[in-house]
Design a protein around this ligand. Structure first.
Ligand SMILES: NC(=O)c1ccc[n+]([C@@H]2O[C@H](COP(=O)([O-])OP(=O)(O)OC[C@H]3O[C@@H](n4cnc5c(N)ncnc54)[C@H](O)[C@@H]3O)[C@@H](O)[C@H]2O)c1
Length: 355
């Protein structure tokens, strides 16, 4: 307790000087050295809470442009000094690589110190396939997969391990529901199972394959959405069910990977963001699903402001670093507080859609 009292004294003296108050008489020598020690302690305490991920390696699955949550998480990790690698869905891999090379994302890759984020490896990854035997011939023959090999989860893990050895951070930032535009009542069995496979089991499989190459103390984060627990009209095709599974699996995986590998598992329930994936959901009247969801949240959330992808990035950084060393199995909301509302101020979605 004592150092804290001394620190407060030091702070008061500094504050008085800042406001031009006459300096108090010079304290005796022994007090100066005690004060210096206290200042040093304060400085090292501040240092102690800096997030330093130098020497740590991250694999972020689900990055193909700079508009989504995956990119924002990569940036937050890079700011903290982590080596960042990504997994990209084969159909968009070529365009992502070409755009990166052409400098199309340069403006979005600038870090706070003025440097540019480096991606230390881009791995093809189709998270609906676990092992090569799972890939049907028509997928291999598809021109969007032509010339690509090693895009199943097991092969991707092997490639990351070959290039980087053990990793410390794993992020699942991907989802896909082929019938997302259909209400649940009209969703086919295959559509429902495809949403679950790409958006929920992909997480189980990713953790199952990557946890063995993670250092103890490592951390995993995925992204979920409030439609898992409350009805969000328009978020269809079994995607709401897939997100409910993802959240439940987060708790079970936290238990199992905590005991087996000393690795933590959490999920972030993020508010709406106009990413490429979200923009593809649906058109409702004049606006898309995501535009309406963003406007609805702005009108009704406790914090009436835009939700920036960097805000999810910062929370991911907390969950992926030692700052959260005792946090596992949680669903953490980063949504300006909309999840807390039972009765909203302006619920007129139809009016928002028609505006
Ligand atoms: N945008 C939102 O409003 C919002 C809100 C809450 C949660 N989320 C979640 O955030 C995560 C990231 O999505 P985003 O909105 O940032 O969009 P995004 O487009 O940046 O990310 C989705 C990624 O998933 C990839 N993908 C699709 N199918 C895949 C597969 N089979 N294998 C590998 N990758 C595949 C896409 O190529 C894309 O890169 C998703 O889990 C999404 O559900 C998004």
């Amino acid at each position: 307790m004592q150092p804290i009292v001394v620190v407060v004294l030091v702070a008061c003296v500094a504050e008085a000087a800042a406001f031009g108050v006459a300096a108090p008489p010079r304290p005796p020598r022994h007090r100066i050295s005690r004060e210096r020690r206290a200042t040093k302690t304060l400085r090292s305490l501040r240092m102690g809470y800096d997030v330093d991920l130098r020497g740590k390696t991250a694999f972020v699955a689900g990055v193909a442009d700079s508009t989504g949550y995956g990119w924002a998480i990569c940036k937050a990790l890079a700011e903290a000094g982590a080596t960042v690698t990504v997994g990209t869905w084969p159909p968009v891999l070529g365009i992502f690589q070409k755009s990166l090379e052409a400098g199309k994302f340069d403006a979005d890759a600038v870090l706070r110190d003025g440097s540019t984020m480096k991606i230390a490896g881009i791995y093809p990854l189709d998270a609906v396939f676990d092992v090569p035997e799972d890939v049907p011939p028509e997928v291999r023959a598809n021109k969007r997969y032509a010339g690509l090999d090693g895009f199943t989860i097991a092969e991707c893990q092997a490639a990351v391990a070959r290039d980087h050895g053990k990793i410390d951070i794993l992020v699942h930032s991907l989802a896909n529901g082929p019938e997302v535009t259909k209400p649940l009542l009209e969703t086919s069995r295959s559509g429902y199972l495809a949403a679950s496979s790409a958006s929920a089991y992909s997480f189980v499989s990713l953790v199952r394959h990557f946890a063995p190459i993670m250092n103890a103390g490592g951390s995993v984060v995925s992204l979920t959405y409030i439609a898992s627990e409350k009805v969000v009209p328009g978020y269809g095709g079994g995607m709401s069910s897939a997100k409910a599974s993802l959240e439940s699996d987060t708790r079970t995986l936290a238990w199992e990977t905590g005991r087996k590998y000393g690795v933590r598992v959490n999920t972030i329930s993020a508010g709406p963001l106009k990413s490429r994936a979200a923009s593809a959901i649906n058109k409702m009247e004049e606006k898309s699903f995501i535009e309406i969801a963003i406007e609805y949240c702005k009108r009704n959330a406790p914090l009436q402001k835009d939700l920036e992808s960097d805000e999810v990035g910062k929370t991911a950084l907390y969950l992926l670093s030692d700052l959260s060393s005792a946090v596992t199995g949680v669903t953490m909301y980063v949504d300006n507080g909309i999840h807390a509302m039972g009765m909203v101020a302006d619920a007129n979605v139809a009016a928002i859609a028609a505006e």
